[in-house]
Design a protein. Structure first.
Length: 654
């Protein structure tokens, strides 16, 4: 990207400064804003392509609307970097996604210009309608919802649209149609939007007619809806095309070029004061204005560090060559599907992010990207399972919260053999509290009929996936973290794991440490004798136990519980009889997870050891690097070590 001097943007602190400019200066503002985003994200990684795609829209909205008094509700917050820079946060933008820095997504707790929180998709229309209804006593306040990046495929968006059409409001919905979510957008709505067009001459005539009728007192509220319906019917008859938005009594305008900022300003000014709900349909290109991001948007959604001049990706941890858990999942799923013709894959808009694209490339007819629709993904999987297929439904942990009722009502009650794979479980780092996979163990544990497991390493992930697709397993949940694994060679023979069994990895006499998931590898490093090399890992085969050597921390025993549900009661009985002190460690909320389950079991069976529970506290964990966050919440190695060593240790961060 050619380096040019930033001349206008440096003088814009707030949108009020932007509104002092001439319209013909706005294209230069857009160019400078785009270059600023590229330059900043090349050294401080974040969500690049989405924000580049809405630069012109962002500038036009803040130029036409009186923000923050007028409300702009962003959907899918990774579109909003330009919005942050224009709203008093340009000097702080270098801290974006860093510990104690700017939040990764818009939040009213950070700025008055952020009308609502937006970490997950599809909530903008509902939230904006609520704001509009609450502000009915302030008729001059405008409310705008900006929805895009595939979020219109989410069911919540349609629920909001339905309510918008029946509730008194003057809100504007801006549909940023870039034919993308993170991977390419899919589904009937995508096809509908691609084919949707409206005659520009008709729209201009409609604008002029509506304004004339308003000036002459002929467009009263009680007549407006009837006139809209008549106009929609005439337009449909002329164009032979029914518009779904017009059919819901939502005035539709577009599609227009979302990268022509001058034209956007003209259009927004025309429709700003119109009565009733409106939808402005814009065609944009994700990554627009930066050639590498335009060329392959899935990679440039969040590319990490890169050279802004050449577009060369600079990579992350070059020393860590271990395979990502998601890739182990993807390769193993393909391997299983080649053996089992009943296996199908389902993901809500994340085939690349969860590596289901590996199977999708080889078996496109057996993999389904259902769009940003987590609840539908689960119920769709349940329907296939009811008729004899074996779905592997992969959803990011924090997004699976949206499918909670579907898991209960459509999968668990019927004991359907759906394998729910929860990627990005535990702390995920700079994406912060809307994306941390903090709650899955706690919210899934009370549901009857579920098997819930978390592998300690890549071999265990493969074995659990193999086990989950065996006959009569019923609904099976496997959770694993973001990032790379711990083994040099992730491939292993596929063999079953007995459901509800853990492993004693290390024997001891003083304290029992019970872990679930990959955080058990940190415990193994802590318990290793001083002579063990830093970062050494052990491939624990079934029933392999290490005797506590001299120099080990506290003579501690270590049990990898592997299953949260059902618990290994033989291990718990052994621990209850042998140890007066127990430490549980999990990368999930402390309340309701493994530690709570162990407490309950010990109490129910008459054991009364001192139990220290290590996990995430009863609060939303901020954004930052995972190592920083673990230190804050007491899940770093030194905090775990101290909890194991201290006989009087109580639960930290209570």
């Amino acid at each position: 990207m050619e380096q040019k001097k930033i001349e206008i943007l440096n003088h814009i602190v707030f949108p009020s400064d932007l509104r002092q400019l001439r319209v013909d200066q706005l294209p230069q503002v857009c160019d400078e804003l785009r270059r600023t985003i590229v330059q900043e994200l090349s050294v401080n990684p974040g969500h690049l392509a989405s924000s580049l795609g809405v630069v012109e829209l962002t500038v036009a909205l803040h130029y036409v609307y009186d923000t923050p008094d007028d409300r702009i509700v962003w959907d899918v917050g990774h579109q909003a970097y330009g919005h942050k820079i224009l709203t008093g946060r340009r000097e702080q933008f270098a801290t974006n996604r860093k510990l104690h820095g700017l939040r990764p997504f818009p939040s009213p707790e950070e700025s008055d210009y952020d009308a609502f929180i937006c970490g997950h998709a599809s909530n903008s229309i509902s939230a904006a309608l609520g704001i509009a209804v609450a502000n009915n006593t302030q008729p001059n306040r405008k409310v705008v919802a900006v929805i895009g990046d595939g979020a219109m495929s989410g069911g919540l968006a349609f629920e909001g649209l339905n309510n918008v059409s029946s509730s008194p409001n003057d809100m504007l919905i801006v549909l940023n149609d870039n034919n993308m979510s993170i991977d390419r957008s899919v589904g009937g709505m995508k096809q509908y939007l691609l084919g949707l067009s409206t005659n520009e001459t008709y729209n201009k005539l409609r604008f002029k007619t509506a304004r004339w009728m308003q000036r002459h007192g002929m467009l009263k509220d009680d007549r407006r809806k009837g006139l809209i319906r008549l106009g929609n019917a005439l337009k449909s008859a002329i164009s032979h095309q029914q518009n779904i938005f017009d059919g819901m009594n939502i005035r539709y305008f577009g599609p227009f070029d979302g990268h022509n900022v001058v034209e956007l300003v003209r259009i927004l000014r025309q429709i700003k004061d119109m009565k009733g709900p409106k939808l402005l349909h814009l065609h944009t290109k994700k990554g627009h204005g930066y050639a590498p991001a335009e060329h392959y948007t899935p990679v440039w959604h969040a590319p990490g560090k890169f050279d802004p001049e050449t577009g060369k990706l600079l990579g992350g941890d070059s020393k860590n060559k271990k395979t990502k858990y998601q890739d182990v999942f993807g390769h193993t799923l393909l391997e299983l599907a080649q053996q089992n013709p009943r296996i199908v894959g389902v993901t809500p808009a994340m085939p690349t992010g969860c590596s289901m694209n590996i199977m999708m490339k080889q078996m496109p007819g057996r993999t389904f990207d259902v769009g940003i629709a987590e609840g539908h993904a689960v119920t769709f999987s349940a329907g296939m399972a009811k008729e004899g297929l074996q779905p592997f439904c992969n959803i990011y942990s924090s997004f699976a919260q949206r499918a909670y009722d579907n898991i209960i009502h459509d999968v668990a009650i019927l004991r359907l053999p759906v394998v729910i794979c929860l990627d990005r479980a535990g702390l995920v780092g700079p994406d912060g509290p809307t994306h941390h996979g903090a709650f899955d163990l706690a919210y899934l544990r009370p549901i009857p009929h579920l098997t819930i497991a978390s592998p300690m390493d890549e071999h265990e992930l493969r074995r659990l996936m193999y086990t989950a697709q065996l006959p009569d397993m019923g609904p099976f949940v496997i959770r694993y973290p973001r990032g790379r694994g711990v083994l040099e060679d992730w491939h292993c023979q596929l063999e079953p794991v007995e459901v509800g069994t853990g492993r004693k990895l290390r024997d001891g006499t003083d304290v029992a440490v019970l872990t679930i998931g990959p955080i058990g590898n940190d415990v193994e490093e802590i318990l290793a004798p001083p002579s063990a090399p830093e970062g050494a890992t052990i491939d624990f085969s079934a029933d392999k136990t290490i005797e506590a050597p001299s120099g080990a921390v506290g003579g501690a025993a270590h049990y990898d519980m592997r299953f949260l549900k059902p618990l290994d009661e033989k291990i718990l009985d052994e621990v209850g009889r042998k140890f007066q002190r127990i430490v549980t460690v999990e990368d999930g909320v402390r309340n309701g997870g493994l530690g709570s389950a162990v407490l309950e079991w010990m109490s129910d069976h008459g054991y009364h050891p001192q139990i220290t529970r290590l996990g995430l506290p009863d609060e939303f964990v901020e954004h930052g690097e995972i190592g920083e966050l673990r230190q804050i919440v007491g899940l770093d190695k030194e905090s775990i070590r101290q909890a194991i060593l201290s006989p009087t240790q109580t639960t930290p961060n209570s």
